[in-house]
Design a protein around this ligand. Structure first.
Ligand code: GMT
Length: 383
């Protein structure tokens, strides 16, 4: 199949999932066309079946806001015609599903009928999409997609609760290439970060309020009072500066490393002893799955889809949002005893296998086939 994938090209989970999906589909022999405003961070273009088309929005003094949706839908129309695209798969509803719908309509005027699959990722529903400013447009574009998927059961429930949805939503969880992580490094070089007796605790996010990174610091503060430890915070975002100040105020700044955005997440996880994700909302928590596949136990909140990924008492522990005392106690429970730690590490890896790429990508392929068949049937029945 010739598939156009529309996504955000950034470090965010939806872009990562879209990119990994495109790469896996290309390896299955499909022709993949990424359409976005920058080359996705996880995309290396050295593959026969992978193409990247950049959407640019020339600025014009009249525009207070640049019309990205317009440029994206025009690019979709042009690329669909040029490359004979058969399916459009948009990741993150805003504004991608809206632009995709417009492209579909423009193409239909020319007798070209292309189904659109929309994957809901989280904040497009729970934080941004449900705001009255966007809600009608998001509802419309979900209801007018040919197939809709959500990355967890929890996100599906949220979507049905928050919007008036008439379309069937299929849960297709995020995935990970577990084979890639087997024996990835022979030496994790943990001495780069910590001395031998120090535990390494890690958090990775885009450091927004929703991630509750201040809770990460509170939890770490409690841990480091009981055992020698370092905290590594990966990512960048609006809360970073105030968090650096918080560490200083607590007198733990020497033990906390803010490393910014990194292309070496695998390497950092390789030497991590524990991962913390205390988010307020988290539709899935792809980064928790990345930690688990590297054998890093996860201390997380029980928000959204996290209980579908992190299994309480096996791959880590879950607590109510904000219960930093319990999260710190659970972290210590895992870390103080080496046998317990090894058991959690093993169980984290085992649990990650449920989300192996090979199990999940065929579900998307099936959705594409069904959507294509339905579109063809509609064309023949109306002609
Ligand atoms: O929250 C982020 O850091 C980014 C955001 C995105 O859409 O890029 O992540 C959402 O999608 C990920 C991939 O499906 C999920 O793993 C995250 O849980 C989800 N984030 C939230 O729901 C807050």
């Amino acid at each position: 199949m010739k598939i156009a994938i529309v996504c955000y090209p950034t470090f965010g989970g939806s872009g990562v999932v879209a990119t990994e999906l495109g790469i896996a589909l290309a390896e299955h022999g499909h022709e993949i066309h990424f359409i976005t405003y920058k080359q996705p961070v996880r995309l290396q273009l050295l593959h026969n079946n992978v193409h990247y088309h950049e959407v640019s929005v020339p600025s014009y003094p009249l525009f207070h806001y640049q019309p990205y949706e317009l440029a994206l839908s025009s690019k979709l129309v042009n690329m669909a015609k040029l490359h004979e695209i058969e399916i459009v798969h948009v990741h993150y509803a805003i504004p991608h599903a809206y632009a995709g719908y417009m492209a579909k309509q423009m193409l239909a005027q020319e007798g070209i009928f292309i189904p659109m699959v929309t994957t809901l990722h989280g904040t497009d529903i729970t934080l941004v999409g449900s705001h009255p400013f966007y809600k009608p447009a998001v509802t419309f574009s979900i209801n007018n997609s040919d197939a809709v998927t959500s990355v967890s059961q929890s996100l599906k429930d949220d979507t049905l609760r928050l919007f008036n949805i008439k379309k069937e939503i299929e849960v297709v969880p995020n995935f990970i290439d577990t084979k890639k992580y087997e024996n990835l490094y022979s030496n994790c070089e943990r001495e780069l970060i910590a001395s031998n007796n120090e535990k390494i605790i890690t958090h990775i996010s885009n450091i927004r309020k929703v991630k509750r990174v201040d809770d990460v610091i509170e939890i770490f503060d409690r841990i480091q009072k009981e055992l020698p430890a370092k905290l590594v915070i990966v990512g960048d975002g609006p809360e970073k500066e105030s968090l650096e100040n918080l560490c200083k105020k607590k007198g733990i700044d020497e033990k906390v490393l803010f490393v910014g955005n990194s292309h070496e997440v695998d390497k950092i996880l390789c030497f991590s002893d524990l991962f913390i994700l205390p988010s307020e909302h988290e539709s899935f928590g792809l980064v928790a799955l990345e930690a688990m596949v590297c054998g890093v136990p996860v201390i997380s909140s029980n928000a959204g889809g996290l209980p579908e990924v992190n299994i309480h008492g096996e791959s880590g522990y879950l607590s109510n949002v904000g219960n930093v005392d319990e999260m710190a106690k659970n972290a210590l429970k895992i870390l103080v005893n080496s046998d317990t730690h090894q058991l959690f590490k093993r169980k984290a890896k085992e649990n990650a296998q449920r989300f192996e790429t090979k199990l999940i990508v065929p579900i998307y392929e099936e959705i594409y086939k069904k959507s294509l068949a339905k579109t063809k049937l509609n064309i023949t029945s109306t002609s």
